[in-house]
Design a protein around this ligand. Structure first.
Ligand code: NAD
Length: 419
């Protein structure tokens, strides 16, 4: 029986809690979270006792080493302190992405993990999905030849961007991480993992294009409660509509804080940033950015991140010297064309690719569950998935992301990496 603790029992923490609950060979033995509602959930939904529910990670750490490994699911800026303390106490760690908020902190996590011999897995869940694992396997067989370029688009969705990056925990980059890290460290990780080469240079353009005061609808107020019904009716980001509607379909990143609260009351009372106009929310997260990467052999990759899509989905196209493959991650379908031959349609939702029979419509296309089982196998020394890499490799994509942000801030200047 593998025993886990979860530090930060919000949206992601509770998601991992549910996966552990469904695993007969594992047990959740402690959680830490300052929010009483979340600790109550630990007791009522996960069978924990009062003594197993700590108010903070530090209170949990005071107990010494009381389980096999910890999940760190607190907010971005809290990761560094928690992961360093956990590793020094002897814990292996499943660490939510982004690993930390600066390159220096990321590199320090990597170095401490190596010095102490701790197993640290970042939640780069995209690579664990049947969709991306299938692409990785296709590349590994040589079916595509040498990979020359990858083109990926991260369509965040206008409503998701507003919930998480205009009025959510990632709205101010200085309090969390640059958007290209917060949202796209997955995409950059996919590039690094599929290419399996060193990235030597990066350049990036982008800005906060839309969610700015000058784009506020005519006649709008600073708070939704003060807008006229006519203005509200026309506004895509009317809080009274967007929050209840979206949360009915499931909790989207950064909205877990409203579970058990009356959203209308929160907005009426101007209690939270969600009550503010989406054009006056004090946000600076980038809503449109492109990144170009150059690898050691001259191969390339390009990422487009945009808030402006109707739904959230990723599309990817990979060009090799012998073939190409493209697909829509959310559909789980790939189209593979060996040059000069017919296109083959690959359905990665099928049992052949989804060996655990995971529900692929939630949990990041099955990535959360596949990552969990691979992490557990890692700490008990069992088989390794194709997705697992060392902490050194996992941190590389974060470095690329921070360098991309440096480029963006400097007007797209070329930044060399590793010099
Ligand atoms: N892997 C992914 O695809 C993915 C997706 C979404 C979010 N994330 C990352 O996961 C992390 C958590 O995101 P979330 O959406 O669950 O946020 P959340 O706000 O719902 O959860 C964070 C929890 O940490 C708790 N917390 C605060 N201080 C604490 C302390 N001192 N000790 C213990 N707990 C404390 C908060 O009360 C909160 O419940 C973030 O870093 C986020 O970037 C990753």
């Amino acid at each position: 029986m593998v025993k886990f603790a979860i530090l930060g029992f919000g949206s992601r923490g509770q998601m991992f809690g549910s996966i552990i609950k469904d695993d007969n060979d594992a047990k959740l033995v402690a959680i830490a979270d300052p929010v009483e509602n979340n600790r109550e959930r630990g007791k009522t939904a996960y069978g924990l006792t009062e003594e197993q529910c700590f108010k903070t990670a530090d209170e949990f750490f005071k107990q010494g080493e009381i389980c096999d490994a910890v999940f760190i699911c607190s907010q971005d800026s809290q990761h560094y302190d928690m992961v360093i303390k956990a590793m020094h106490l002897g814990y292996d760690v499943c660490l939510e992405k982004p690993a930390a908020v600066t390159i220096e902190q990321c590199e320090s996590i990597r170095d401490v993990a190596n010095q102490l011999g701790r197993k640290v897995v970042l939640t780069h869940i995209m690579r664990y999905t049947p969709f991306y694992s299938c692409i990785k396997n296709l590349i590994a067989t040589g079916a595509l030849g040498d990979i020359v370029t990858i083109n990926q688009t991260e369509n965040i969705a206008y409503w998701h961007f507003a919930l998480s990056y205009v009025r959510g925990p990632w709205r101010k980059m200085e309090d969390s991480t640059p958007t290209i890290i917060a949202k796209c460290c997955h995409d950059l990780d996919i590039f690094m993992w599929l290419m399996n080469k060193k990235c030597t240079a990066v350049s990036s353009f982008g800005k906060l294009f839309h969610f700015r005061p000058e784009n506020a609808p005519e006649g709008s107020a600073y708070y939704c409660v003060d807008c006229s019904p006519e203005v509200r009716e026309k506004c895509l980001y009317n809080s009274y509509k967007i929050y209840p509607e979206r949360m009915k379909r499931g909790v989207v990143g950064g909205t877990a804080r409203f579970i058990g609260r009356d959203i209308v009351e929160v907005i009426d009372n101007k209690e939270d940033v969600i009550s503010k106009c989406a054009y006056h929310a004090g946000n600076n997260a980038i809503d449109n950015q492109v990144v170009n990467l150059c690898f050691e052999d001259g191969s390339t990759a390009h990422l487009t991140m945009t808030a402006f899509s109707d739904d959230c989905y990723r599309t990817v196209k990979i060009h090799g010297t012998k073939g190409e493959v493209y697909g829509n991650f959310d559909e789980g379908i790939l189209y593979y064309t060996p040059f000069g031959q017919k296109t083959v349609k690959i359905d990665t939702n099928s049992k052949e690719y989804n060996s655990l029979g995971v529900n692929l419509s939630g949990g990041h296309g099955g990535g959360d569950t596949y990552l969990y089982y691979d992490f557990k196998n890692y700490i008990i020394g069992k088989s390794q998935s194709i997705a697992r890499t060392t902490i050194d490799q996992s941190i590389e994509s974060h470095v690329v992301g921070f360098k991309a942000e440096e480029s963006r801030k400097n007007g797209g200047v070329l930044i060399k990496i590793g010099e």
